[in-house]
Ligand binder design. Structure first.
Ligand code: UD1
Length: 415
């Protein structure tokens, strides 16, 4: 049962509610390590990556209860400080536990993380930030041994914007002695969510939503928090509607966070309307091509929507260009799209997508989480039937992609 069978050439109609954000939930779950007493998280997505993070938290001594989308975590007791290699390597964001464990326990043993195969994903900036805060770090093969008697506030400048490194630095700084300034920090909504969560628990963080964060060490208290909605899942469904045609509404959608995508959709001649927390998209004609998009750190166009946009642009009426600046190797899925008839030319840093009359259904394989979602969109757009294999990649981040598309009228099922 690791494939999705999709009947192609279907349009999307109806309404679907957007799940909680994976990339916000993961660092917030890690942040619970810093808090003695109960942390209650509502709207926590039920996906593979959050299950894995909860497993790691249990290993660290947390007592966890789950009811629907509400997770309650008690971090009073201290468990192991060494996390099992197999679990850590199942997910890249396990690395944010390093900052949290150093912050709470002053020691951590963790392994180089795994995650999506979307090119080189070093952690040098994570380690640099933690070392500047006073951690001493030894690497033995792929094992990271970190200790810190007392983390102390300092000024950390990131040479490039990194979401994970910014989160790790925040997690290590909130309980540190004195004030930490992070410059050229990520201002991704998921960093903002982590700061909001920590501030609700008593942390002193200034500059949230900007590239400079100032964090003054302070003790934290129990907290109840609601995970914000997931912008990449919402973006995936908007792009599916753009590619397949139809008329859909997303409820509980993070509108502000999708501005870069909404702009591109309007350039493509899709009719998009927003109201309160709802986004409506309607497409009943050919998509306009000639689109030129570059992926960038927020508020730029998200790299996590790049494969889905490429898929949709195969049906536009002119060549479009997509440049990838965040993960330059993030094109492993192109071979799969080409099996379905896509005509794409690769350049040094990007691709040109040439229009084709129609994608054709066939058997394809997800190469990573977002590429997998892109192939599901391709299957919905294509003529004939498609089988998308390795759905486990998609389940890392989409709570119920099959159920959501079924709600929008698509015939697809797991097999
Ligand atoms: C996060 C997201 C991921 C998204 C990415 C970029 C999570 C769980 N994942 O990943 O979905 O695609 O942001 O928006 O939130 N880099 C270094 N050294 C480091 C760290 C990063 O050189 O120590 C480089 C990376 O190779 C990449 C760039 O910085 O080229 C951005 O990566 P980063 O923002 O760190 O991505 P993640 O936090 O891993």
């Amino acid at each position: 049962m690791d494939s999705i069978r999709i009947t192609g050439k279907q349009s999307l109609y109806g309404e679907v509610e957007i799940q909680g954000s994976k990339n916000a939930a993961l660092p917030i779950l890690a942040a619970s390590v810093l808090i003695k007493g109960e942390v209650v998280l509502h709207n926590c997505p039920r996906i593979q990556d959050t299950r894995l993070m909860l497993q790691l938290l249990r290993r660290l001594g947390a007592r966890i209860t789950i009811e629907g989308h509400t997770v309650s975590i008690q971090n009073e007791e201290r468990g192991a400080i060494e996390l099992p290699k197999k679990d850590v390597q199942g997910m890249r964001s396990s690395i944010v536990l390093l900052g949290a464990m150093l912050g709470r326990y002053g020691e951590a043993v963790i392994y180089y993380p795994g995650g999506c195969v979307i090119g080189e994903r070093p952690i040098d900036l994570h380690l640099m930030a933690l070392q500047q805060l006073g951690a001493s770090i030894t690497i033995q093969d792929d094992c990271i041994i970190a200790t810190a008697k007392q983390l102390t506030g300092t000024h950390i400048h990131f040479p490039i914007v990194s979401v994970g490194a910014t989160q790790n630095a925040i997690l290590a700084a909130v309980l540190a002695k004195g004030t930490t300034v992070l410059s050229n920090a990520s201002r991704e909504p998921e960093v903002e969510a982590l700061c909001d969560f920590l501030r609700s628990a008593g942390a002193i963080i200034k500059g949230v939503g900007t590239r400079t964060l100032t964090i003054t060490g302070n003790s934290l208290h129990p907290v109840v928090y609601s995970i914000p909605p997931e912008r990449i899942v919402a973006g995936t469904y908007l792009l599916a509607a753009a590619g397949a045609g139809g008329d859909i509404c997303l409820t509980n959608a993070p509108i502000q966070e999708l501005n870069a995508l909404l702009h591109v959709l309007s350039l493509m001649d899709c009719f998009v309307r927003v109201k309160e927390q709802r986004i409506y998209i309607k497409t009943d004609r050919a998509l306009r091509g000639g689109i030129d998009v570059t992926t960038q750190a927020y508020p730029g166009f998200p790299t996590d929507l790049q494969p889905q946009l490429t898929t949709v642009l195969t049906k536009a009426d002119a060549d479009s260009y997509l440049k990838e600046t965040v993960f330059e190797q993030r094109f492993a899925y192109l071979g799969e799209l080409e099996k379905m008839g896509a005509n794409i030319t690769k350049q040094e840093h990007g691709i040109t997508i040439h229009p084709i009359a129609q994608l054709k259904g066939t058997v394809v394989e997800a190469t990573d989480l977002r590429a997998g979602a892109a192939l599901v969109i391709a299957g919905i757009m294509a003529e004939g039937e498609s089988l998308v294999k390795k759905v486990s990649f998609i389940e890392r981040g989409y709570e119920d992609i099959i159920g959501d598309f079924q709600k929008l009228g698509v015939t697809l099922f797991k097999e």
